[in-house]
Design a protein around this ligand. Structure first.
Ligand SMILES: [Zn+2]
Length: 131
């Protein structure tokens, strides 16, 4: 079983090949496809050049199937998806919605793994998860 990523709302798969695919909306209300790398901590972002996203801009991420926004319940600046690993074990992935900000949190039960050089931006939230 490979690692898969799912929508937390409808549980449909968001990954294909070496990409996790989302629809996103920028601050001007323009929508575009955004593809993120499935390796946690790899911040390669693919998008059409006409979909302009400025550094520091906060994006809205949506599921391609149910169109629900993929919001983290921990912090408004984070988006949330579900990861299912090789063993079929599921965990939550919370990642920054802010362009250029590299912070990702992998949460299983009460434990949190942090990734990215900007992860300390939201270290406060870890106290809420793991008191
Ligand atoms: Zn969905």
């Amino acid at each position: 079983m490979a690692t898969d990523f799912k929508c937390p709302h409808c549980a449909n798969l968001l990954n294909v090949g070496q990409n996790i695919v989302f629809t996103a909306r920028n601050k001007w209300g323009k929508e575009g496809l955004i593809m993120l790398h499935p390796e946690i901590g790899n911040y390669t972002v693919l998008k059409h050049p006409s979909f302009i996203v400025s550094e520091g801009e906060k994006l809205d991420f949506y599921c391609l199937y149910c169109n629900e926004q993929l919001l983290s319940d921990i912090n408004d600046n984070l988006a949330k998806i579900i990861m299912s690993d090789e063993k079929g074990q599921e965990c939550e992935i919370h990642f920054s919605r802010i362009s250029g900000q590299h912070s990702t949190y992998k949460i299983i039960g009460g434990s949190v793994e942090i990734f990215g050089e900007d992860a300390s931006s939201y270290l406060d939230l870890l106290n809420d998860v793991n008191p």
